[in-house]
Design a protein around this ligand. Structure first.
Ligand SMILES: [Zn+2]
Length: 218
């Protein structure tokens, strides 16, 4: 079945998608990957794409749709696609429906990872990592502890690094943008009766098992 996974930054979308890829042998379709792969492919379209991207313009919905149609029409991954980061708006959702219908497929479920904003802010703004071994920590949920307990002996000299865009202000902005763009989409899919909410404030394993239950019930 085809799945759309929704979730704000920090909700664990990547982690749960890779679980679906590994355990359910699904294909993760992200528009970023599609564009990067096309650029590498030396196709006619790749030259056009390179020009658009070099000029700093946005890639049109038409181009994105044609790349997505290529995947939807690929029989080796038929009805086992996880859409990640697409659709982003109602227009794209409608085109997606049309394309899926053309190849006798549909969206079976939209998995909506739900997390309180206050927790997301801490999850993202609390991210730090070891400068030596790159091990990730979280100031609030998984504090780094003694350097001697990090991964390598050289970690004794570690610094704890924080990404500059992981501060509270930018995180709140990113969350607001996400909500504004996603809410109408959720409504669109709710009307089709395919949205399943998942409590993504639980542990990774518990979230995975909630998703498993949803799959088993379909
Ligand atoms: Zn380390």
């Amino acid at each position: 079945m085809n799945v759309i996974i929704f979730g704000p930054p920090g909700a664990g979308k990547g982690t749960q998608s890779s679980f679906l890829v590994e355990k359910k042998k699904m294909f993760q379709l992200s528009t970023g990957d599609l564009l990067r792969n096309e650029l590498k492919s030396k196709s006619k379209l790749s030259e056009k794409l390179k020009k658009i991207m070099d000029s700093g313009k946005l890639v049109s919905d038409d181009i994105i749709n044609s790349l997505i149609e290529k995947k939807i029409s690929d029989s080796s991954i038929k009805s086992s696609i996880i859409f990640d980061g697409f659709p982003r708006n109602i227009e794209q959702a409608k085109s997606l429906d049309t394309m899926l219908k053309k190849y006798e497929q549909k969206i079976s479920v939209v998995i909506n990872l739900v997390v309180d904003n206050s927790i997301l802010v801490k999850r993202i703004s609390g991210r730090i990592s070891c400068s030596v071994c790159k091990k990730p920590f979280n100031e609030f949920f998984d504090p780094p502890g003694d350097p001697a307990e990090c991964t390598t002996a050289a970690c004794i000299d570690r610094e704890l690094i924080k990404r500059s865009d992981d501060n509270e202000n930018t995180v709140s902005n990113r969350l607001r943008t996400y909500e504004e763009s996603t809410l109408p989409l959720l409504e669109y899919y709710k009307l089709k009766g395919v949205v399943k909410n998942v409590d993504a404030m639980k542990s990774i394993n518990e979230v995975t098992s909630q998703i498993n239950c949803i799959f088993n019930d379909l």
